[in-house]
Design a protein around this ligand. Structure first.
Ligand code: MTE
Ligand code: LUZ
Ligand code: MOS
Length: 760
């Protein structure tokens, strides 16, 4: 079951936004944005830009027919700045010219007079100055934290920092809008959420939604970076096309994409953890200071997921987790694979790591002792059901023998002076469903054409994760026909309305479930028709397998194609729209209790690393994981999703470093300054085993969501490297700060060491 997309990708035949053919009358846009991170706009001079070659029009906030507002959860973000600017890269104007080069050249000719104001880039500083997205904290708690401390044998406190992350989708942000008949428009964009594009375009243009058709063909990657932040660019082309009555296209240059768009949220977190002598975690108190950037975007939802993942895979009877969305003068940070989960999980893993030294117990012992058991509860009140935490951990242990890995690592370290090894385990437990219950809905529109071929439209956006292939397989499995007879159509708001973003790893889950329902309903009609036509009994079993019809297990003359054609000629409806809303989930936002997730995905990974203690460089040597895929619909896709997520997680924890200067300027805005894992960095061994006998009634065909959960295995890379560094320099008191870049490793290796004897 190869992904049929991959052949077209390799041949260069897949159509990404920039490949869609456009009329020669199409105009091209470029964005003029704020050069400073915080200031009051005195005046902006567009004269030279206006007179620049090829320029057709310049749009600012003054040209907006509706509201100058693109905010979702909280309406605090303008499409174009009006009186002030709050981050470098905040859009001020959209310049439209005959071609792209002319538009980009004109941008350089704009002159702005902006009076600088104080810049905040650090979340804790923002917190101290009461610069907050929401003025009240969000608190998740269970048990009684105050009484719990007394019972602890060991209490450890510290501060943990994790950095941002650039999405680095291969395809940069892009959109094109075509004017349509009757003052309408058609927007094609590279978004994970065509409905959001439609809704915001409607608000900005003051047009009802049915005037706006919003379509997505496919994305060259999104990773969350196009869940909310594809909207502004699409709406700019919509505004210009609507006003000029010409098609208008915008593609961000890589450098601009990196500068103008938000990233993974950096966090600074303070924790206190208490354990028994045996390593049982009795109490955990944590406060997250999320660096939200200059506007809310999805920050509050991301904080929810941080809080709901604050204990990772561990049962802790007394928890108090507090979160603040801190407003800084950086581009608004946004969704990124894991959606706040990784940030929360890095803190608890750091706490366990530090506590292990205090207790004199191995980290993997503490991890294993505290893993969730069936029937226990998350701090937000959801019961642990169908728990796979321990079986994943134990299966991995059976395979690799942790004590043996420990012994080999210690032996290597005692024999080698300048190279040291480290290992770490990372259990994961990730909740599947949007934390906002309302968003857990999807739809599917299935047409069986009268030649027996099938078209399926859903709300899911293909971004490389293979959702189109899974949808085809699901339809094929119901109809009993080959996947080549099924097409997964573009995502379009006129076929699937009011859709949620393809996000939260639930795109294939929810749209797949809707497709199952739609296909089953059509098949039911076909079977009913066939039985009536042939005077069969209700109890007779009519099936299609391999395109052939079977009656009570015996092959019939008719094929699927003939059945469909006959049904058509007898005026049977061959189309179906189906809707899926995840059952049983709910959440009370007053008490922060409920059952927000349909289910959880579990797994455990082991990562080993080798550090060159002279240079500070490192290799990730081996990655072994046992992951709970449920019953995988497509093992090729699921394995590659797991590998890709894992490597992206390792990148976040190791080499990917986002840096800003004190004026809020992004220093890592080019690919020479921002490094992501490449094939050379890929571990020599990367083995991910499928946990056996896992079934999931919530997932289509018993599958489990795969997009995000394996990202968090990457956290083990941080600790593997750190443990190797500590094997070299026992006295280094290294702060729990990620990413663990080679620079940070080098500084830690020699921290507190004034004289190093290198002679052997
Ligand atoms: N895989 C590829 N190749 N490209 C992507 O952009 N996004 C990830 C994941 N896998 C992504 C990807 C993210 S952030 C999510 S939420 C899921 O895919 C979304 O798809 P799904 O819900 O269908 O799994
Ligand atoms: N988006 C969202 C998400 O709006 N809510 C979520 O819970 C979520 N989780 C993961 C990724 N995107
Ligand atoms: Mo993924 S962060 O839910 O787009």
């Amino acid at each position: 079951m190869n992904n049929y997309d991959s052949i077209r990708h390799v041949k260069g035949e897949s159509l990404f936004l920039d490949d869609i053919s456009i009329p020669s009358s199409t105009l091209h846009g470029a964005v003029y944005s704020s050069p400073i991170a915080h200031g009051k706009i005195n005046s902006i001079n567009f004269e030279d830009a206006k007179n620049s070659e090829g320029v057709v029009a310049i749009f600012t906030y003054k040209d907006i027919p509706g509201e100058n507002q693109i905010g979702g959860i909280i309406q605090d973000e303008k499409l174009f700045a009006s009186n002030d600017v709050e981050f470098i890269g905040e859009s001020i104007a959209f310049i439209v010219a005959r071609n792209q080069a002319q538009a980009r050249a004109a941008v350089k000719k704009v002159k702005a007079d902006i009076e600088p104001l104080e810049v905040i880039t650090d979340p804790k500083e923002a917190f101290k100055k009461n610069s907050l997205i929401v003025k009240t904290p969000k608190v998740y708690q269970n048990g009684n934290i105050e009484d719990a401390w007394e019972k602890c044998d060991v209490i450890v406190e510290d501060t943990v920092e994790s950095g941002g992350q650039e999405h680095l989708y291969l395809e940069t942000q892009a959109a094109v809008t075509f004017p349509a008949e009757g003052n309408g428009i058609k927007i094609i964009s590279s978004t994970q959420s065509p409905t959001t594009v439609q809704r915001i375009a409607s608000r900005v243009l003051n047009l009802p939604a049915h005037y706006i058709e919003s379509e997505v063909v496919r994305l060259g990657g999104g990773f969350g970076g196009k869940e909310d932040q594809a909207t502004a660019w699409a709406v700019m082309t919509a505004l210009a096309a609507y006003k000029l009555k010409k098609p208008v296209k915008l593609i961000l240059a890589r450098h601009d994409d990196m500068r103008l768009t938000g990233k993974r949220h950096p966090y600074v977190s303070d924790y206190k953890i208490g354990l028994s002598k045996e390593g049982k975690i009795l109490a955990y108190e944590v406060t997250y200071y999320q660096n939200s950037g200059a506007a809310a975007d999805l920050s509050t939802a991301i904080l929810d997921r941080t809080l709901s993942h604050c204990t990772n895979s561990y049962f802790i009877p007394n928890v108090k987790a507090t979160g603040w969305c801190c407003k800084t003068n950086l581009a608004p940070n946004t969704a990124f694979r894991g959606f706040g989960g990784p940030q929360g999980m890095f803190v608890i893993e750091s706490a366990i790591h530090k506590a292990s030294k205090e207790l004199g117990l191995d980290v993997h012992r503490i991890q294993s002792v505290n893993l969730f058991n069936e029937g226990e509860e998350f701090p937000f009140g959801q019961k642990i059901e169908n728990c796979k935490a321990r079986v994943c951990f134990d299966t991995l242990n059976k395979k690799i023998d942790i004590e043996k890995v420990k012994k080999e690592t210690e032996d290597f370290n005692s024999e080698n002076k300048l190279f040291k090894k480290g290992f770490a385990l990372m259990p994961i437990c990730f909740g599947i469903s949007f934390t906002n219950t309302m968003l857990n809905q999807a739809s599917s529109l299935v047409h069986v054409y009268n030649d027996g071929s099938v078209g399926v439209s859903t709300g899911a956006v293909e971004m490389g994760q293979g959702v189109n292939m899974k949808i085809r397989q699901i339809a094929a499995s119901v109809f009993g026909i080959d996947v080549s007879n099924i097409k997964s159509e573009t995502t379009n708001t006129t076929r699937n309305a009011n859709t949620s973003a393809t996000a939260a790893s639930s795109g294939a889950d929810m749209n797949g479930n809707a497709t199952l329902i739609a296909c089953r309903n059509i098949l039911e009609r076909l079977v009913k028709f066939y039985k009536a036509k042939n005077n069969l009994e209700e109890t007779d079993i009519v099936e299609v397998q391999y395109e052939k019809l079977y009656l009570n297990g015996i092959e019939r003359e008719e094929t699927w194609k003939e059945l469909v054609l006959q049904a058509y000629m007898n005026r049977i409806d061959l189309s179906e729209h189906a809707f899926y809303a995840t059952p049983e989930i709910f959440f009370d936002t007053k008490t922060n209790k409920g059952k927000p997730f349909a289910y959880h995905v579990y797994g455990t990974a082991l990562i080993t690393a080798k550090v060159d203690c002279l240079r500070g460089t490192y290799e990730i040597e081996n990655v072994y994981a046992v992951h709970d895929f449920g019953q995988s619909i497509n093992k090729v896709i699921d394995r590659s999703q797991a590998e890709g997520a894992l490597m992206q997680g390792i990148g976040w924890m190791t080499m990917e470093e986002i840096l800003h200067d004190k004026d809020g300027k992004l220093l890592t805005s080019t690919l020479s300054a921002y490094k992501v894992p490449d094939i050379n960095f890929t571990p020599k061994v990367l083995e991910i085993d499928f946990l056996e006998n896992s079934f999931n009634k919530s997932g289509p065909l018993n599958s489990k969501a795969i997009g995000e959960p394996p990202f968090m295995y990457g956290i083990a890379a941080y600790f593997a490297i750190r443990n190797a560094v500590e094997a070299f320099n026992k006295d280094a008191e290294i702060s729990y700060t990620s990413p663990m870049t080679p620079e940070r490793v080098l500084m830690s290796l020699y921290k507190g060491k004034h004289l190093i004897k290198l002679s052997t």
